[in-house]
Design a protein around this ligand. Sequence first.
Ligand SMILES: NC(=O)c1ccc[n+]([C@@H]2O[C@H](COP(=O)([O-])OP(=O)(O)OC[C@H]3O[C@@H](n4cnc5c(N)ncnc54)[C@H](O)[C@@H]3O)[C@@H](O)[C@H]2O)c1
Length: 252
Amino acid sequence: MKFDGEVIVIPGATSGLGKNAALRFADAGARVVFGGRRESEGAEVADMIASSGGTARFVVCDVTRSADVARLIETATAEFGELNMAYNVAGVPGDAFSKFADYDDAEWQQTIDINLTGMFYCMKHEIAAMLKDGGGAIVNMSSVAGLGPTPGGAAYVASKHAIVGLTKTAALDYAEDNIRVNAIAPGVVKTEMMEWGITQTPDLEAQMLAHQPIGRLGTMDEVTNAAMWLCSDAASFVTGSTLSVDGAYLLN
Ligand SMILES: NC(=O)c1ccc[n+]([C@@H]2O[C@H](COP(=O)([O-])OP(=O)(O)OC[C@H]3O[C@@H](n4cnc5c(N)ncnc54)[C@H](O)[C@@H]3O)[C@@H](O)[C@H]2O)c1
């Protein structure tokens, strides 16, 4: 897929799936404006893109702060004159091992602040910019935990289900403004952190594979491929949908 000269914002691209997407979109010709809280990791990703001939800007941005997100979007429009695409990846797992009666209030609030309120701020500021530029495409990161339950992970499940709802509502609110809004729902993906987890816990991979009908975990490229397709004109009639990218995990 080619995105020559198009401008994309990716809040949360200093590691994992967001970083993979920043590199891939830049490689496909997009001008990438990405955010994250960690300055040195952000600078590293920006250098990687520049050294392979791409165009990127990194902005320190905590998605729980509306003003930070506004600054990220302003950087895109001020530097490159428009905003065509956004991929909202920032998110945290929260506590994934506590049932409701034991779930810590502060842990709940922090996960909701990042995954849900942060998503709202991103969509709000991106849509405002896209309205000025004649439209655009937004892809929101949900999860299989946004389409089904995950025992012990109340805050993550609530936030990822809510993202599916935000996606549908924004798609309807802006259908006539040429702004498409979709979500993706990945299953278990082999990120750097997952690779590290597997080295620490010998049967972790086998446990996860037991729930994977396709017989393997997903790759970061496979998730980015889905986001790229939803951002592209090939998906011009697709809006308000949540695409599972999960090797049939949800059917299991
Ligand atoms: N890895 C998987 O198997 C998987 C599966 C489904 C969904 N997801 C989702 O994909 C997204 C990325 O996860 P990942 O696995 O790449 O993990 P990761 O920890 O490598 O990436 C999370 C990203 O979000 C950013 N982030 C977190 N809090 C932030 C904040 N307050 N402000 C700005 N940025 C913030 C981090 O800096 C990082 O870049 C998450 O939303 C996660 O829920 C991951």
